[in-house]
Design a protein around this ligand. Sequence first.
Ligand SMILES: Nc1ncnc2c1ncn2[C@@H]1O[C@H](COP(=O)(O)OP(=O)(O)OP(=O)(O)O)[C@@H](O)[C@H]1O
Ligand SMILES: [Mg+2]
Length: 367
Amino acid sequence: MSGTSLDGVDGVLLECGTSPAAFKVHAAASADLPDALRQALLSLNQSGPDELHRAAVAASQLAELYAEVVAQLLQRSGLAAAQIRAIGAHGQTVRHRPPRDGEPWPYTLQINQPAQLAERTGINVVADFRSRDIAAGGQGAPLVPAFHQRLFGHAGQSVLVLNLGGMANITALPANGAVYGLDSGPGNVLLDLWCQRHTGAWFDRDGAWAASGREQPELLAHLLVEPYFLQRGIKSTGRDLFHAGWLDERLRGFAGLPPADVQATLACLTARSVALAVQGIAWGGAGPQQVWVCGGGSRNAHLMRLLAAELPQAQVQASDEAGWPAQWVEAAAFAWLALQTLEGKPGNLPSVTGARGSRVLGAIYPA
Ligand SMILES: Nc1ncnc2c1ncn2[C@@H]1O[C@H](COP(=O)(O)OP(=O)(O)OP(=O)(O)O)[C@@H](O)[C@H]1O
Ligand SMILES: [Mg+2]
């Protein structure tokens, strides 16, 4: 898995049993994105000259990095390529234009080179998970709720799973057994961007910089005017909406603010937009009792405190406390989705993506 934050690649070697308790991670490995590739992928999020060529080259370089992570997983687990059924390789999202008003040709685009990955590893590769859901009228996202439900669903309890990646996506598991999921908006992406611009650090470690600033209520209110936050029901988003231009446009008129105050306010924006999304869910009673947070944002102690304050009725904890290290969950989800594909089983949830029905996702590149 390599997500919108562009921090790196996370891999897990997952054994899928028949019950959730039978999921077992045999090894985990990560690789940082080299700076040049990170810049190349970032610039591919917007149109520019020669982008077909640049996308093809970046895809091959990314596939090489995926292959390195796979090699590490095999080494750490002591398993051979022949013992692995498939690699689920999501690819790097560079465009996400799901169906919405005025979008006559919706699409989502993940840069990837699955053929090369199959060639390099000798393992079946499953890729392109999102396009079939879009073809069926869905958002193509989020695809992780079915897996979140298996890992964290708890009969009789209302549970929220929150993935804080570049974007923030929630899976709502009300006690009545329903499943809802959506992208609430930015997770780390704006925090990372602002931090890189003003401190040179890639991210705000533990949220210490945000914690040193003061939340600016007027700016927060102005940021929350974005229609995406007010939209109820099925929705998904990406860097197409929440990018540097979006932030700069909204910061006009707030030029005198200390950068740390802006960072503090952006952290509040992530927490508040999650809370707004949670309030929009039909919980069939009070909101969630338990919140499991996964993704890199769960390491941001300041953000975790803000979330706990926004969701006072719930116990907010990193997914590590449930036995699932926060960095593993999304990668494990795509391993499980790859298995669903191989077994001809659906991976999407129409109640989440809005697709016309459940679909077998992905394309298989045999070893
Ligand atoms: N110690 C930390 N303190 C604060 N933030 C952290 C810390 N560790 C990681 N992060 C944040 O987590 C981000 C990476 O998270 P993650 O890998 O889950 O996101 P992603 O790659 O966008 O994933 P996806 O899109 O699949 O959800 C970093 O860019 C950073 O913002
Ligand atoms: Mg990541």
